[in-house]
Design a protein around this ligand. Structure first.
Ligand code: MIG
Length: 640
């Protein structure tokens, strides 16, 4: 059961699609919550055993208790546990109070929201927002999973990716031209490792201009797209939020002519800088601007492109022209002064304040629902509305096809238009574990098609990290190996144990029917594909604390190895299960294990899968790419 309460004058964020009539609260209590309008806070006193779930893509664990999470979409490539915000804001919470009772709520607000979950005071959960204008949806059901389903009914059906998007994708920031990309294709082919997608990072564009292709690097782009597709490979270009300021560039000229860019108080468009140099930000919140920008994707779909990733849409700001002027002014003041140590740190702070500066997010405005709104008030909607613009354009312009679409920044509601990847992680073992923990939280909020940069984006990966990470990522719907410019090459053919890599990727392809069917179920039933154990085994206190094993679809549990130099791990079984230890889709051994704790061996090339009682796993015969998969060809069936 869902009840809606309205406080102040909330903006319609577009997150909720169901019509719910507002209830007037009686006094300050809404179910278990206490609303304190004077202090702009909603509180809940957490019983000792209460577990808190939700919030989608964040740092830390599946149980969110014990930290301060701030909804404030930020381009921050350091996903350490000391951080409070990442690229996404999903203000959805589930409380399981530990006594068999649970409730959930959605705090619908487009600006900054603080979720202090036992951070300031260990038993106090406090939600606060500077502007106390919001709709609160209070959800009561019998279990956390039922709360998820109810909530998702409210926010609408999740995005469905095309089947081929469940294949394996290779990406790297630094592929410069068609021959670099051909080399990726040929190297995979030579080793017989399946591949479905090669991603094109910003270097494919002409001077980082959206919807352009550099003709020297990609002569006859259309033919190139066709040629790759003949090998079963789709090219997936990146689209950045900022539009380069350049006379004669059609996107810039049209944006100016139609007044589609975000403007400052004085009515002139904001000048920021990102990869293209100086840019304007399209006002995706303005429907006419959104339609215009969305239709631009047609430039690429007309050339045969079938998928995109939207980047830098928090939006990331390297600097704004105005703030840079202020900084130079300050520098002028201190230039000839003798700096004491505090003066020196002040100077250093000034330089560090240049990118993603909070002041800059207060310098520009949107035309939102016909009203002029300062950006920071609706900040968390920007990536959502960019992706919505693209998704709605595909519905208009590409009716006969499913287009792959995912974004870095997100908000509730965006799950209807695309998936997400979790941004710039590092090639760290701790980030493999973070990836494992992020997936079920993303699924709660309807982001089913999601995944992380496998192998890690920043810093140098190692062969063993790549192997173990793949051992997890073969279960994530979005399955992409991506890395940053300047880091160690990490395409699978760069390593020695190519046969083991081949076996792992083939196992993914053998699992695609299972993964696809289970994801489709999660989408159609408003359910989850990745679930924490606690969602199924509610009375099992041990299971409630397990965050490094996940339920995957209806039939399986996985227990990835996420530490270096390990040849096995402890696994907790909440019931008897059949262990399948895969070395490849046709080389595996099985063993029935009883409920309880087990130490389970898993060499570097081995993947642990557990089949739940009364369930089965069917594998198909893998192929070089999804287009060539015969999903009805059964390679093995393992039952318990
Ligand atoms: O400032 O396009 O998260 O995946 O490779 C970095 C270059 C911009 C950030 C994305 C990353 C991508 C990179 N982009």
């Amino acid at each position: 059961m869902i009840k809606k309460y309205v406080f102040g004058k909330p903006m319609d964020t577009g997150a909720v699609v169901a019509k719910v009539k507002a209830t007037v609260p009686e006094g300050s209590k809404i179910g278990e919550l206490t609303v304190d309008e004077k202090n702009k806070t909603i509180t809940y006193i957490m019983p000792p055993k209460a577990r808190i779930y939700g919030l989608g893509e964040t740092v830390r664990g599946i149980n969110k208790r014990g930290w301060l999470y701030i909804s404030n979409n930020t381009d921050n490539p350091h996903h350490e546990e000391g951080k409070h915000s990442l690229y996404a804001s999903q203000n959805f919470i589930i409380v399981d109070n530990g006594d068999g009772k649970c409730f959930g709520f959605y705090f619908d607000h487009p600006g900054e929201v603080r979720f202090d979950i036992g951070f300031t005071k260990s038993d106090v959960f406090a939600v606060s927002a500077e502007d106390f204008d919001f709709s609160l949806y209070y959800i009561e059901e019998d279990s956390p999973l039922e709360i998820v389903k109810s909530f998702r009914g409210l926010v609408g059906k999740s995005y469905e990716a095309p089947l081929w998007a469940y294949g394996y994708g290779q990406s790297r920031w630094g592929y410069k031209n068609a021959s670099d990309i051909r080399e990726v294709r040929d190297s995979y082919k030579k080793l017989g490792i399946p591949l479905d997608m090669i991603y094109m990072d910003i270097d494919y564009m002409q001077d980082f201009k959206d919807f352009t292709v550099n003709p020297e690097r990609f002569p006859d782009f259309e033919a190139f797209v066709r040629d790759m597709k003949a090998d079963g490979i789709r090219l997936i270009p990146i689209i950045d939020a900022g539009v380069k300021i350049e006379k004669g560039y059609d996107v810039y000229e049209e944006g100016i002519k139609n007044d589609f860019f975000c403007k400052k108080e004085d009515g002139t468009p904001l000048v920021a800088a990102v990869w293209p140099g100086k840019v304007h930000f399209p006002d995706f919140l303005n429907p006419a601007a959104a339609k215009w920008f969305g239709d631009k994707y047609k430039v690429l779909t007309d050339m045969g492109i079938e998928g995109f990733w939207n980047d830098m849409n928090e939006p990331a700001i390297f600097y704004t022209e105005d703030h840079l002027k202020e900084v130079f002014g300050e520098l002028e003041n201190i230039k000839d002064k003798e700096l004491d140590i505090w003066g020196f740190f002040g100077f250093k702070g000034l330089i560090d304040s240049i990118n993603n500066n909070p002041e800059d997010y207060r310098r520009f405005f949107h035309e939102f629902n016909g009203v002029k709104v300062r950006h920071d008030k609706v900040h968390n909607l920007y990536g959502f509305y960019m992706t919505k613009a693209a998704g709605e354009a595909f519905e208009r312009n590409n009716k006969d096809k499913k287009i792959l679409l995912f974004s870095r920044s997100s908000f509730m509601g965006m799950h209807r238009y695309g998936g997400v990847w979790t941004g710039d992680n590092m090639s760290w073992w701790s980030h493999l574990l973070l990836n494992i923990k992020q997936m079920p939280s993303l699924n709660m909020t309807g982001f089913i098609y999601s995944g992380a940069d496998t192998g890690g984006f920043g810093s140098d990966t190692t062969e063993d990290l790549m192997m173990r990470w793949l051992g997890f990522s073969i279960f994530t719907p979005l399955f992409r190996n991506h890395s940053a410019l300047g880091t160690r090459d990490q395409e699978l053919y760069r390593f020695e144990r190519s046969n083991d890599f081949k076996n792992i990727i083939e196992l993914r392809y053998a699992l695609i029917p299972y993964i696809y069917v289970e994801c489709t179920k999660a989408i159609n039933e408003n359910g989850m594909y990745f679930k924490p154990l606690s969602f199924e085994y509610r009375d099992d206190e041990r299971a409630g604390e397990i965050e490094d094993q996940l339920l995957v679809g209806a039939h399986l549990m996985i227990a990835p190895v996420y530490e270096q130099n390990k040849t096995g791990r402890y696994v907790y079984l909440p019931e008897d299960m059949k262990l399948v230890r895969f070395r490849s889709y046709k080389d595996f051994d099985t063993e029935v294990l009883t409920k309880g704790d087990h130490y389970v061996k898993a060499e570097l090339n081995e993947i642990l899968v557990f089949i739940r009682k009364g369930h089965k796993l069917t594998l198909t015969e893998p192929a070089a790419c999804t287009d060539r998969l015969d999903m009805d060809r059964c390679a093995a069936t393992i039952e318990f």
